[in-house]
Ligand binder design. Sequence first.
Ligand SMILES: [Zn+2]
Length: 126
Amino acid sequence: MSTEPRTITLPTADYGDVTVPEPDWCTGHPNHRPDDQRADIHHSGPDISLTWRGHHITDACIVQTPFTETDVPELSSRTPGVSVSVIARTLDPASLYDLAAALDGYADQLRDLADQLDTILTGGGQ
Ligand SMILES: [Zn+2]
């Protein structure tokens, strides 16, 4: 087994073939097109999806754009982050923990609503 860093070479419209280190977490570049710019090169890990009864709610995955020309951490960054589709933002670890805490709180609110609805439906709340 090779100990050399994994790389990938992608054709670009502005820089020709670009060879870039390929992170272990990247699932590849099946949607890369030869007319993409170098700044469009986008590493992406496997999606973690939330679905409920067939309804897609959100996906999250590790992302990195190693040649981005507008390094905005929540949108496109050379620093890996976690892209969360429901908020259309890429988060750092602290923000991702904050989002997870908010979702925990929302789950509690849903349980409270279920309790309230159950009380209403069983005649306990008029
Ligand atoms: Zn990649």
